[in-house]
Design a protein around this ligand. Structure first.
Ligand code: ADP
Ligand code: MG
Length: 478
């Protein structure tokens, strides 16, 4: 179901595009161009440098892909290069360019790590017109003499802000230096922090900027919510989201570490959920198989690191879960943008522990978003048990020192003092003094801080204890 607002009323056929491209597009069933395509393609066709910002899933690939294919000739010389931050994205962009060119006959070759160097060298030596790849292998192939950066006239950076951040910028500068004959440069992304635009100004002059006004990101219509939940119960909340999945849903679950991706896929399969993991430490052929099976819909649940946060286009993705909140604010926009593509609907859940509240506020403030708190979804009709049980989560109740406030129904009227109460706890529950924090005595009740490692045991031991003849009520305060 495509929401028509994703498209303009400009038809591809109203442009005098290369006939092979027009034929391919109409065979694909595309008729109208998207907003970014309407603005960027004519500029790029006229030879201008373009910095294009547009929401996730709005057709940026074709916005730089169509003019790139048009200006490239099938003559065996390398003329254009497109650089992406991940191998999966390089493959996807190359696939899209491949069908977009129709029968134009350009050799479009991917160049990324984890694949056989000799095979790749041979392909490049056989003649190539467009390369799509990641920086490391592009540099390697160039140094080995198989990839002639000197002959390239068109450079595109997809996810350009990522390509120009500290991690990749030195590599990109090296590549730029080799490209003595660069004539056109195109930068595309959904996010363009100011410092990135400044960095871009050092190597492109007089670019046309196609951007949303006031540089604010424009975020697709995605229902965004957060669940306040500590580490111990994230899996429970995920279970709730998973049992509510419909047959047509596909889900991406983002975590911040590769280890967590592995752990999560093991745990979920233990609970009977079919989920596959994807991260950068896996062998490339496995990464390829996994992303393919997710793209073709045979796998419904993908657990991944930010390796899949940018660019990956799977139109069936209806739900994104931030199992961990991302560390940088841009990632949030890109992660949730894996759903809600081309005007479709999507839902994004973020799990937020008490420690993460500040980061959530920062994300919401940066992008001017409302990410309201929600309960975990209820169990669907007919399901009466949680797929993954909820645990008492002392960490969520504890303060910064790991102390949990325990309320107790005895106070000064019952003869409690700081000293007698501390002694009573340490004797009855065999607690080390260090496990007892501040004690605050009121008239008929007191509050005693107990370390979170001990509080479970304390609750058990102290149940039904008596104090000077009164039985005692323990109550954990939140
Ligand atoms: P972005 O790079 O902006 O996130 P993509 O280039 O990945 O978006 O495009 C998102 C999806 O929309 C892709 O599946 C793409 O094939 C499709 N698409 C792009 N342009 C059009 C169009 N004009 N009409 C229909 N579908 C389109
Ligand atoms: Mg893209």
């Amino acid at each position: 179901m495509t929401n028509q607002t994703a498209l303009t009323n400009v038809k591809f056929s109203s442009w005098d595009l290369d006939p092979s491209i027009l034929a391919a597009i109409s065979e694909k069933g595309w008729e109208y161009v998207t907003q970014i395509q309407a603005e960027a393609i004519p500029l790029a066709r006229s030879g201008r440098d373009v910095v294009g910002q547009a929401r996730t899933g709005s057709g940026k690939t074709a916005a730089f892909g169509i003019p790139t294919i048009e200006s490239t000739e099938a003559n065996g010389n390398l003329q254009a290069i497109i650089i992406t931050p991940t191998r999966e994205l390089a493959q996807q962009v190359a696939d899209e360019l491949q069908w977009l060119q129709g029968d134009k006959g350009l050799a479009i070759i991917t160049v990324y790590g984890g694949t056989d160097v000799d095979k790749q060298a041979k392909k490049l030596n056989d003649g190539v017109e467009i390369v799509v790849g990641t920086p490391g292998r592009i540099i390697d192939m160039s140094k080995r003499g198989h990839l002639k950066l000197q002959s390239i006239s068109t450079l595109c950076l997809d996810e350009a802000d990522r390509m120009l951040d500290m991690g990749f910028f030195p590599d990109i500068l090296w590549v730029l230096e080799q490209m003595e004959n660069r004539k056109q440069t195109m930068l595309f992304s959904a996010t363009f922090p100011d410092e990135v635009l400044e960095a871009a100004n050092t190597f492109i002059t007089d670019a046309e900027h196609v951007m949303s006004d006031d540089l604010e990101v424009d975020i697709p219509e995605i229902d965004q919510m957060h669940i306040s939940i500590g580490r111990a119960n994230k899996l429970w909340a995920l279970g709730r989201i998973l049992v509510n999945m419909g047959d047509d849903d596909q889900m991406m679950i983002f975590s911040n570490t590769k280890r967590m991706v592995d752990l999560l896929s093991q745990r979920l399969s233990k609970f009977g959920f079919n989920a596959i993991g994807l991260h950068g430490d896996m062998p490339q052929n496995k990464r390829g198989r996994i992303i393919d099976s997710f793209k073709d819909g045979s796998e419904k649940i993908l657990i991944c690191t930010d390796v899949a946060a940018r660019g990956i286009d799977v139109d069936g993705v209806t739900i994104v879960v931030n199992y961990d909140l991302p560390i940088d604010v841009e990632s949030y926009v890109h992660r949730i943008g894996r759903t809600g593509r081309m005007g479709r609907k999507g839902t994004a859940w973020s799990f937020v522990s008490s420690e993460d509240k500040g980061q959530l506020r920062k994300i919401a403030a940066t992008w001017n978003l409302n990410i309201p708190e929600s309960e975990a979804p209820a169990l669907p009709k007919g399901v009466d048990r949680d797929p993954i049980r909820k645990q008492q989560d002392w960490e969520e109740v504890a303060n910064n020192f790991g102390m949990v406030p325990v309320k107790i129904s005895i106070g000064s009227n019952q003869g409690a003092t700081n000293h007698t109460l501390t002694n009573w706890f340490s004797n009855e529950a065999k607690l080390n003094q260090l496990a007892i924090g501040e004690v605050c005595i009121q008239d008929d009740s007191s509050e005693v801080e107990i370390h979170l490692d001990k509080v479970e045991a304390v609750v058990k031991v102290m149940a039904n204890r008596v104090w000077n003849g009164d039985s005692v009520n323990l109550e954990i305060r939140r």
